[in-house]
Design a protein around this ligand. Structure first.
Ligand SMILES: NC(=O)c1ccc[n+]([C@@H]2O[C@H](COP(=O)([O-])OP(=O)(O)OC[C@H]3O[C@@H](n4cnc5c(N)ncnc54)[C@H](O)[C@@H]3O)[C@@H](O)[C@H]2O)c1
Length: 271
């Protein structure tokens, strides 16, 4: 392994797959990998969105890219994508499981929340992450001893309970308990998978972002959030997730596995 800091962060010659990589945080991470020289595969449930994001990345960073349709609730689509990524690039060095999300139109109150919506949340955020680890991880293990790096996107919701006044004062629906359950599961599965797959040189880590926005959120909510955050603001798209993802994807973190990297401006450390 090189001892040059620049080389440690470089992804030239590597292939990175970002599930749910066509927009927002997923796109930001895909862009970071492309800028670092990786061949990048991005997926979306919608094939046209994936292809369009892949084309934008190729144009902007002059790297090879592929866009694929993946629904993380459909294991056949995940397995097909893993096979397509290998057919395209020959290997998979980095997998980011970013598909998920915490909001929706249903009530966030557990007592009011429809069972089907709860099950859907767990299926996408937790089971979907497990299934992608299974299908893409198999390809990384076949590459052993060169292995790979898996990054599962969790959330501070999996780490701390949140003051519900933040939502009511901010004029938004509270984030549901099933989201916290799913993301806590993602942190747990990442830690144990790291233990299981270390023998294949596959490192497994998670990232727990804090709230990014304001996006479509009311300013009142952004203010509520900021006052509960030591660094005084929400995370910024296009900026705050990129270097954390690149760190865990690259040789810069070669001796780090089973870690949950919290990217939240200090939100989860304040009481
Ligand atoms: N935005 C935040 O404040 C925040 C905070 C903490 C964690 N996160 C997590 O970060 C990740 C990215 O969040 P975001 O806010 O950038 O985007 P997002 O929450 O809008 O969605 C993430 C991606 O997942 C995709 N997706 C949803 N269901 C899917 C399915 N069944 N199959 C395949 N793809 C599916 C969406 O289309 C989207 O591209 C999510 O896992 C989210 O839970 C976000």
């Amino acid at each position: 392994m090189s001892d040059s800091i620049r080389d440690l962060w470089d992804l030239t010659g590597k292939t990175a797959v970002v599930i749910g990589g066509s927009k927002l945080l997923g796109y930001d991470m895909a862009a970071a990998f492309a800028e670092a020289g990786a061949t990048v595969v991005v997926s979306s449930r919608n094939a046209a969105s994936a292809v369009s994001a892949a084309e934008t990345l190729a144009e902007k960073y002059n790297v090879a890219t592929l866009g694929l349709a993946v629904n993380v609730q459909d294991y056949a689509s995940i397995e097909n994508a893993a096979a397509d990524a290998i057919a395209f690039a020959g290997r998979i060095d980095v997998l980011v499981n970013n598909a998920g999300g915490g909001s929706g139109n249903a009530s966030g109150d557990l007592l009011q929340r429809p069972v089907t919506v709860i099950e859907d949340m767990i299926a996408t955020n937790l089971t979907g992450t497990l299934l992608c680890c299974k299908a893409f991880g198999a390809k990384m293990i076949e590459q052993s001893p060169s292995g790979g790096a898996v990054i599962n996107i969790a959330s501070i919701a999996g780490l701390v309970g949140r003051d519900r006044r933040m939502y009511s004062n901010g004029g938004v629906e509270q984030q549901p308990i099933d989201y916290a359950a799913a993301k806590a599961g993602v942190i747990g599965l990442s830690r144990d998978l790291a233990a299981a797959w270390a023998q294949f040189a596959v490192r497994v880590n998670s990232i727990s972002p804090g709230g990014f926005g304001p996006r479509q959120l009311p300013n009142a909510f952004a203010d509520e959030y900021a006052t509960r955050t030591p660094l005084g603001r929400m995370g910024i798209d296009g900026q705050d997730i990129k270097s954390s993802a690149l760190f865990l994807a690259s040789e810069a973190s070669a001796y780090i596995t089973g870690h949950n990297l919290v990217v939240d401006g200090g939100f989860s450390s304040w009481r």
